[in-house]
Ligand binder design. Sequence first.
Ligand SMILES: Cc1ncc(COP(=O)(O)O)c(C=O)c1O
Length: 334
Amino acid sequence: MTKPMITHRCKEYKELHHGIVEKIQKALGTDMDVFLVGGSATVMLEAAIRNGAASHTVGMTNGSFGNRSIELAELNGKQVDKVQVPWGKAIKPEDIAGKITKDVEAVHWVSNESSTGVFSDSVALAKEVRAQNPDALTMVDAVTSAFAMDLRIKEMDPDSVVFGTQKALALPPGLAIMLCSERLLEKAKTVPNRGFYGDLLKIKKQADVDYALTTPPVSLMYALDYQLDRILAEGMQARYRRHQEMADLVRDWADRKLAGIFPEEGYRSNSIGVLNRGGLDFDSFNSKLKAKGFEVSNGYGDIKEKTFRIGHMGDTTPAGIRRLLATMDEILEE
Ligand SMILES: Cc1ncc(COP(=O)(O)O)c(C=O)c1O
């Protein structure tokens, strides 16, 4: 990231951009278009909905970030049919039975709900959407699952998958990444008022010649390029197994020492552990943990007071998680 700056309209930039796109496609096993846009992930979550539906979507939610995607769609003037699933439960195909009618243009949901630590089966959801309405686009927020858990993109065949640099890619924030389908680009041609910054057709035109539409965070892209090489050297299956191992350690600890994990069995995130506090005085526990140099997180949204969260993704290792859990043991004993 400390390399001297280059202009984003030169050959060296094109090589950097092109290399990143190819490495992301290779890592995620897809030939979908990859768009790189300066901003946090939300900029492309919003772009997907704004470009992919003229008026009517279905928003499935089981937590704060699912609610956010519904808000995004509504603030962009879409009529959103809401499918609300209880917090802690996964969104399942039966939750949308009969709801994806012919007039639904797009269906959006969160793959890994960061407020609850629930990982829904997006492959099953995308298949169910298409079985009911083959023309409905599928839009997946993968902010906390991409590069941590296997999204099985080929099988899912989604229309947009969005994430950012600051989660399982373990980089600073500032770049939004979108996998985009041909279907979404075709649909965008028919949707008015796509704006400028997130207009997928403008972005695609530039991406085809290895450019970003507007000035990208070049320093961060150097870091991303470097990090993608490290990720590919680790191997994606090994990376997913490492995340599974970290999650298992945290789940086991939560079962033995506290009141278990919040999300339902079978749909637990491998990137974020959401632990039930039980009788724990979390504020005092957390300040002691901080004093020993560890950072965990409060609960989020409706379950803020009942839970706390441990992020175990990106460059975090099982050894690091073991050290954290040992320190948590010490504090509990104290
Ligand atoms: C599941 C999920 N979606 C969306 C977001 C928003 O991402 P950003 O802040 O990069 O726009 C987050 C942030 O934590 C998230 O966890």
